[in-house]
Write a protein that binds this ligand. Structure first.
Ligand SMILES: [Zn+2]
Length: 383
């Protein structure tokens, strides 16, 4: 089936009381694996490309400085991969832009084939955030594309998103934000944090989600609440990376128990990126440890060199530039590259499979209404 917007997937999650993991992808192999593992569990799927992931998929290995042109090409590449593996899939699939930084980035994603976008105006004053978000909603909804906004500030680092301290979302401001912008979903700040160093034993301020949900229900406003920075940072994977020569210190995530407890409080979309990065990095390190002769392979040897040179890193985008044709187009020129692709796919499936089960989205694919972009555009217009 064709890709669908976020809205119907969130409607089903809210109605039936589960959450939907949203998983970041930076390479064709990751998109393929995310879709396959969701199919295995008959779960709806949300794949996310971050703004800078689009830059990376557009061929910019120095992705922190990706141009709008890179992002346009990358959005098309990600969308092409998701369509290739998703269009004949029996499950509903959403391709969502994560942390769109400005109007142009959102337009680039939508033109590339994204069916949902996030506009992150959380660093702006409230009224300017409303103004920017409203502008994106107007453009996106006319095309049947769903929109996620953000209010409140999460601490931590994620691509170009950085904040020293967090500012919790004010529930009443969140309701006002939904009213003024018409967004479908809102990322709230309630104790989660971007990156792999979230601190030990994080407790989420679940009352913030509850208050927003209650007020929205009371006023009859639709709105899905999104938990960003929600990687669990499995300690066993961190340990395995360090045993294999990695230098990850102070790596802690949000516990599965805390995340699950947030779901009945009104959280219906849970974003996970770091866990996938960790599992893929561990698999590649394991591969080169088990097959030392591959360290000098002409095609994947340079990946080993990067893993060795950047031991404190765990972002596959740092290690995969030697095989950009594989990253961007899924090309597999030889067996060594096929082995690395296998490392990527297994890493994705290990992490994502676990979370599909924990968040309760398994078996829910038939509950999602098959609303295509055109029909969604009509629905938005009539609302
Ligand atoms: Zn985020």
């Amino acid at each position: 089936m064709p890709l669908i917007p976020l809205r119907p997937v969130m409607e089903a999650a809210m109605k039936h009381g589960y959450a939907q993991g949203a998983f970041n992808v930076n390479a064709v192999a990751q998109a393929k694996a995310v879709i396959e593992v969701h199919e295995m569990f008959r779960s709806p799927a949300i794949l996310q490309g971050a703004d800078l992931a689009n830059g990376f998929m557009g061929g910019c290995t120095d992705f922190a400085h990706a141009s709008l042109e890179n992002k346009k090409i990358g959005a098309k590449n990600i969308a092409a991969a998701v369509r290739k593996y998703g269009e004949n899939s029996p499950i509903p699939i959403v391709l969502h832009l994560d942390h769109g930084r400005d109007f142009d980035s959102c337009v680039a994603a939508i033109e590339g084939g994204y069916t949902s976008v996030m506009i992150d105006g959380s660093s702006l004053p409230f009224e300017e955030n409303v103004e920017l978000t409203r502008e994106v909603v107007r453009y996106a909804h006319a095309r049947g594309v769903s929109v996620e906004g953000e209010l409140g500030v999460l601490a931590g680092v994620e691509d170009h998103v950085f904040a020293e301290n967090s500012t919790y979302t004010n529930p009443l401001a969140a309701v006002e934000f939904f009213k003024k912008t018409g967004v479908d979903a809102l990322a709230i700040s309630y104790g989660t944090m971007h990156g792999a160093s979230k601190g030990k034993n994080v407790k989420l301020r679940k009352e913030i989600a509850i208050a927003i949900r209650e007020c929205l229900n009371h006023e009859g406003i639709f709105g899905a609440l999104v938990s960003h920075g929600s990687s669990t940072v499995p300690q066993y994977i961190v340990d395995e990376i360090n045993v294999l020569g990695g230098c990850l210190s102070n790596a802690h995530g949000i516990s599965i128990e805390e995340l699950k407890a947030a779901i009945p409080c009104g959280i219906n979309k849970i974003n996970v990126d770091t866990d996938i990065r960790l599992a893929v990095t561990r698999n590649m390190k394991e591969y080169f440890a088990a097959c030392p002769q591959k360290r000098t392979s002409s095609s994947v040897g340079p990946i080993y060199d990067l893993l060795e040179a950047k031991r404190e890193q765990f972002d596959p985008r740092v290690f995969l530039p030697p095989i950009m044709d594989t990253v961007m187009y899924g090309k597999i020129p030889d067996q060594d590259v096929a082995d690395i692709v296998d490392c990527v796919e297994r890493g994705v499936k290990e992490v994502v499979g676990t979370l599909i089960v924990e968040f309760g989205s398994f078996g829910r694919a038939p509950l999602v209404e098959q609303t295509g972009l055109e029909e969604m555009a009509r629905r938005y217009k009539n609302a």
